[in-house]
Design a protein around this ligand. Structure first.
Ligand code: NDP
Length: 516
């Protein structure tokens, strides 16, 4: 009997044993710098190519955390063949058997959680608690989807018609391509992969090119848990090169993508074009960006709001799809609120992610650094710089936590996803105006309201157009099981990862009727 799902507790790094375990894990990952190479995995075979992807520490760009072999289209074709070859056998495993494999992987991951977290400290620039949160979420996905697969396998009772027996069963789709982003390089990678395979599909996992090492470790862990060859084929490589090849391929049955709006919409349209020899319409699950807002009204607890806004805006340097990038504040409390947020932003300790006292570290790479600094420049024309805005690209890609005030609601700063430590504060005349501003973007991922006015909270429940709405709390950190996650509009297909509606996206239902 499998016990009920509970979320993995976060590590308390004030406790000495956890701290020491994390320090040891950081040393272990450091010991691999510039030395460890990770192959592709195709049909259970570990394959190298003559091209390598360097994974670089964003906080110390001279450090190469590891190298991953880079696949081209030949390897992509081989991976598709291997995945289809494995599908026949894997699809006959009982859901409970596939679930047990996920539980085994979760147990292994729990045992080595600090090693995985340490890998993300160096590879993604995650502070200790952010990295630990990512690892805990990966464990949660494995545990939760295992239980969900078993739940969905229970026979569905259909109404009986005279003389006929009716049955509905779920069948796996086939081979899917799993394409995660770099910002939750373990949790989202593990979640999307586990969901696809636990329902009996086989997969090609193309990790984000900026974070292939933690993904490689995860695939090695699945192998150790007993995953048969070919069920997950690990294929680091360029999105434009093998991503497009795999998405367009007639043998690809579904695509599970999380990433930017730009790439998500491209994948959606490419997948919609039926190729010669293709025998199905591809299913696309695409979770994309956000322009998430927190509204503060004139009845709110301003200290709580400032705390929630700061945590949501600057956690992991603002590089979460759920990050608050707009604070929409009602006129009467605007100045007070701005002051409270600015002083909290200014007080954040910025430094290398490996230093446990750092609260905010470097952004992921030079491209993002330049893109964010472009918005810092623009912000000085569109709004008023209140704190931050200074870059330091000498050792790593550091940008100070930045607050812009008086940002116009229709300006680019208030409309475009920036994905960095930059908050735009926008003035609202009244609550209805605040809701209008909040809804006036093409995205609809997360949103929040701080208020003590019950009518305002109820209005937000009805009218704030986001997939995940938070009232009187921060807008990041959705918990698997309790808070299924996914956005509206250009934020994606609202797949609600970590919830009861997610796994049915990876199967098709077959109804069998027998006349007795
Ligand atoms: P990208 O869209 O740039 O990349 C995501 C993945 O797509 C990567 O693996 C990338 O590969 C791949 N890719 C790129 N081009 C193609 C292509 N033509 N065909 C197939 N695959 C391709 O996003 P980021 O990695 O920069 O992630 C940040 C984005 O993700 C933000 O917009 C954020 O909001 C969003 N996100 C959304 C979440 C949600 O649940 N809604 C959760 C987390 C992030 P490569 O690395 O090789 O380019």
């Amino acid at each position: 009997m499998v016990p009920e799902f509970t979320n993995e507790p976060f590590a308390d790094y004030q406790a000495q044993p956890n701290r020491q375990a994390m320090e040891a894990a950081l040393r272990e990952v450091q010991g691999e710098f510039g030395r460890r190479q990770w192959p592709l995995t195709i049909g259970g075979k570990h394959v190298t190519t003559d091209r390598w992807i360097d994974s670089v520490n964003p906080c110390q760009k001279s450090q190469v955390v590891g190298q991953a072999a880079q696949a081209g289209t030949d390897e992509a074709q081989q991976a598709l063949d291997a995945a289809w070859a494995a599908f026949g056998e894997w699809s006959t495993w009982q859901p409970a058997e596939r679930a047990r494999l996920l539980f085994k992987a979760a147990a292994l991951l729990r045992r080595r959680k600090h090693l995985f977290s340490a890998t993300m400290v160096y590879e993604a620039g995650k502070t200790w608690p952010e990295a630990d949160g990512d690892t805990a979420e990966a464990i949660d996905f494995l545990e939760y989807y295992g239980r969900e697969a078993v739940r969905l396998a229970a026979p569905r009772v259909l109404p009986r018609l005279a003389g006929e027996d009716n049955e509905l069963v779920y069948k796996p789709l086939g081979v899917g391509v799993v394409i995660p982003p770099w910002n939750f390089p373990l949790a989202i990678t593990a979640g999307m992969t586990a969901a696809a395979i636990v329902m009996g599909n086989t997969a090609i996992l193309k990790p984000a090119s900026l974070t292939p090492i933690v993904a490689a470790r995860f695939v090695a862990l699945l192998e150790e848990a007993g995953l048969p060859p070919g069920v997950v084929n690990f294929l680091p490589g360029s999105g434009g090169e093998i991503g497009d090849y795999l998405v367009a391929h007639p043998k690809t049955r579904f695509i599970s993508f999380t990433g930017s709006r730009e790439v998500g919409t491209h994948i959606n349209s490419l997948a919609a074009q039926v190729q010669p020899g293709q025998r199905w319409l591809k299913r696309v699950v695409a979770e994309m960006g956000g322009k998430d807002a927190i509204i503060v009204d004139d009845t709110a607890d301003l200290d709580a709001a400032a705390e929630g806004i700061t945590t949501s805006a600057y956690g992991f340097q603002g590089q979460k799809c759920s990050a608050a990038s707009r604070a929409i504040v009602l006129e009467p409390v605007y100045q007070d609120m701005l002051g409270l947020v600015a002083s909290r932003a200014e007080a954040l300790r910025q430094g290398p992610a490996e230093d446990p006292s750092s609260q905010i570290a470097a952004v992921i790479d030079e491209n993002q650094f330049n893109k964010i600094m472009g918005y810092v420049e623009l912000g000085q024309r569109e709004g008023r710089l209140v704190v931050g805005g200074e870059p330091d690209g000498a050792q790593g890609w550091y940008i100070q936590p930045t607050v812009f005030a008086d940002v116009p609601e229709d300006g680019r700063l208030a409309q475009e996803e920036i994905f960095g430590p930059l908050l735009s504060v926008i003035r609202a005349r009244d609550y209805a105006h605040a809701l209008d501003i909040a809804n006036n973007t093409e995205y609809g991922l997360t949103g929040g309201v701080y208020s003590r006015d019950r009518r305002h909270l109820e209005q937000a429940r009805a009218a704030f157009q986001v997939g995940n709405l938070y009232l009187n709390r921060k807008i990041t950190g959705a918990m698997v099981g309790a808070q299924p996650f996914g956005g509206f509009n250009m934020s994606g297909t609202d797949s609600k990862a970590g919830g009861p509606d997610y796994l049915p996206l990876f199967v098709e239902a077959k109804v069998i009727v027998e006349r007795f």
